[in-house]
Each structure stands twice: as C-alpha cells, then as structure tokens.
Design a protein around this ligand. Structure first.
Ligand code: MG
Length: 391
C-alpha cells in the first residue's frame, strides 16, 4: 500500500522479571492489559493504516481476551528472540507493502499520539529512533566493576520504541542479518546500524516507560490511579410492591418466595438502585431516562441489562467503579442464604472484584410498608473514579 504506515507490536516475550504469573504484557494497569494499551496507541492513531501483533505461541487465549474489539491484523507467532519476532511481523506485512513501519515493544503502554506522529515523520527518512538525553552521569566499568571511564553524557541517548523505518529497508536488513547468522540484536536500530544504515534520533518521551520490574508496575498503577482522581459518589433508591408470584429477583439472583414483585422489568430493586447510584455519580440522569417504563421493550427485561449499560457508561467516560454497596429492606425473604451469590453476580456484571461489592439486609422492625410486607426497598451507593475533565 503506497504511503501506508504499519505498526508491529512485539509481544512475544515472557517478561518474568516483572513477577506475577502472567507474561508482563498481559498484566493490567488500571484494569486494562498492558498489551491492549500498547496496541490501542496505534489502532486509535489516524496515521497508522495497519497494526500487526506478534505474540508467543502459548498466549493465543490471553491475546484474544486482551485485544477483543481492536482493529488488528491477525496475530503472528514470534520467534525465540526479539529479532526473530520482529522478522515474523515484517514477513506478515510484506504482501501489503507498507511504506513505513514502526516497531514497538508491547511493554511500553504509554506512548502518546504525538510520539507516534513524530516517529512516522522521522521514519520517512530511512531509520530513526526516539531518544532521551541522559541526566545521570554514566560510567564505563571493567569486568571487576571498577570504573574505567566517565562517558560524555552530552553524546549519549537512551533509546525507546516505536522505532521507525522505511519498510523495505528494514526488511532487507533483517534478511541480511538472518543470512549472516545474527539473531542477537536487541533492537531494530542496532540491526540497522550493523547493516550500515544511518540511524537518526528523534525526541522521545519520559512517560513512554518500559514496564520491566514489579516496581515499574507498582509505579504505573499509582500513576493510573492518580489520573482517575475525580472521585464521585452516587446514591440510588428503589421500591417495588409484592404481588402474586413465587420468586423475587435480587441482585440478578432468583430467590424463591411466597410472593412475586410487580414492575415493568423483572423488578430487581437491588440492581435498579445500583443503576441509579452509578448514573447519579456520572450525573447522567436516572434509570427511567434511559429505560422508560412506557417503552414496551423493557417489559419483563432482565435488569442485568440496565446495570451492564451503566457500567459501560463508566467505561466510556474513561472511569472505573471503585465500590458498590447495597442495603435491602424487607421482612422476607431472608437474604442471608443468598448474600454470596448476589455479591458474586453484581461483581460479575459490574466487572469489579468481589471485595468491592457490599450487601446488607435489614428489616424495618415491622414498621411502615416494608414492615407490613407490602413491598421491598433497596438503597445503593456507587463510588466511581473518573479522569479529571478538561472542560
Ligand atoms: Mg425499579
């Protein structure tokens, strides 16, 4: 494709230094897999025409979960080294003849759109890599660890990805390296240098950090929480009357009971109150605005749909649910035996860990309409973390 820019995202490594059970590119920052963040930096960029993931053969399932819904080329399997993995990506792209290729490490999830644009502009000239000046003094040492030289740091740069190349040039350099039996280049710039290509530096980004150690992940998680500093709390309240029937729905769980509950949907007070709590925290109206009782399509609807909608609104706002809490008020049915199941179901629908869902139940001491067993009540609180708005 003449003029097209492709991006290869290399995710074939095992990443054991970061600790944990998953390869580091599948661990999450702010609840989102690192690889998904890295891929999205390119799929969401207007100058990138195609994104080619390279993954480890053992990671097919992890990859499909992490990349669901992103517009990607089919992933190809990497090789034993980073260089071999990049080569797999280049060969996969070759039939489409992109003009420029960016090569990016999956473990750098914070590359900005501006950095990607700088890479595209720099790659047109042949070979270019993002670099940063060195602020620490750098010493060269001998085998015993003794300093032999203090390097002139004005002539040093630390180098990142995405690295940018004319596609045909990088592919030819990789083929040449294979023919020469070299498979040990740790980045594409080193391979290009070996092949005799001039490599330019363009301005890198301090925030474009490579996640390597457990400490890197901890810092990135802290930063991601700090970015979601707009903490909101919403409350919700719902009532439904008992009527003839043999069960009630509470928190998405069917509870056998001598009465049913009347309502235009499945009349799940717990989920309705939670939806209003979330919408309240978002300041986006209430459940009736989004799902009017007058609309026949919601008659008998499973209220899980309403909660899933509210959760998706949080996601679209770039936020996270920090905590959900429900109090049920009724004389009967008894909630205790179903507490765990209800919490588990709410956690599942909301996509939050079980320890972020609270559920209490109380009677009203036989007072009022709940005390007379005429209906049941739910109060709910939702705590959200949203990005600070720039408007
Ligand atoms: Mg309701």
């Amino acid at each position: 494709m003449a003029g097209a820019v492709a991006a290869i995202v290399v995710a074939g490594g095992r990443g054991i230094r970061a600790g944990g059970e998953l390869p580091k590119q599948y661990r999450t920052i702010g609840g989102i897999p690192v690889l998904r963040l890295s891929l999205a930096a390119f799929t969401s960029h207007p100058e990138i025409a195609m994104v080619q993931p390279v993954i480890h053969a053992d990671d097919e399932q992890l990859f499909s979960a992490a990349s669901a819904g992103l517009p990607l080329r089919p992933a190809v399997r990497g090789g034993a080294t980073r260089q071999a993995s990049v080569f797999s990506g280049l060969e996969a792209l070759a039939p489409d003849e992109p003009e420029i290729v960016l090569v990016h490490d999956a473990a750098r999830p914070f590359a900005s759109a501006e950095l990607v644009s700088r890479a595209v502009a720099a790659g047109c000239k042949g070979a270019a890599v993002p670099g940063l000046p060195v602020s620490d003094t750098v010493k060269a040492i001998d085998a015993s660890g003794r300093v032999v030289e203090t390097l002139d740091r004005s002539r040093l740069r630390t180098v990142q990805t995405p690295q940018a190349f004319v596609f045909s040039t990088l592919l030819a350099a990789h083929r040449k390296a294979r023919e020469a039996g070299r498979d040990d280049f740790t980045d594409d710039a080193a391979l290009a240098e070996w092949a005799g290509l001039p490599v330019d530096i363009f301005e890198g980004e301090a925030g474009n950090m490579k996640l390597t150690t457990a400490e890197d992940f901890a810092r990135a998680e802290r930063d991601s929480l700090a970015a979601l500093g707009d903490v909101r709390t919403g409350c919700g309240y719902d009532v439904h009357a008992f009527t003839d029937g043999d069960h009630v729905m509470l928190g998405g769980v069917r509870i056998p009971h001598e009465r049913g509950v009347s309502g235009h949907s499945d009349a799940d007070v717990a989920l309705h109150a939670l939806v209003d709590a979330i919408l309240g925290a978002l300041a986006e109206g209430d459940i009736g605005v989004h799902f009017p009782p007058s609309d026949p399509q919601w008659r008998g609807a499973a209220s899980e749909l309403f909660l899933a909608f509210a959760v998706e609104r949080v996601r679209q706002r770039g936020g996270r649910i920090a905590h959900l809490d429900v109090t049920l008020v009724c004389e009967a049915p008894r909630i205790g035996p179903y507490r765990e199941a209800i919490c588990a179901r709410i956690a599942e629908i909301a996509g939050v860990p079980l320890d972020r869902v609270g559920l209490k139940a109380t009677t009203s001491e036989k007072l009022g309409f709940t005390g007379r067993r005429e209906g049941l009540v739910a109060h709910a609180t939702a705590t959200l973390r949203l990005p600070w708005s720039t408007t």
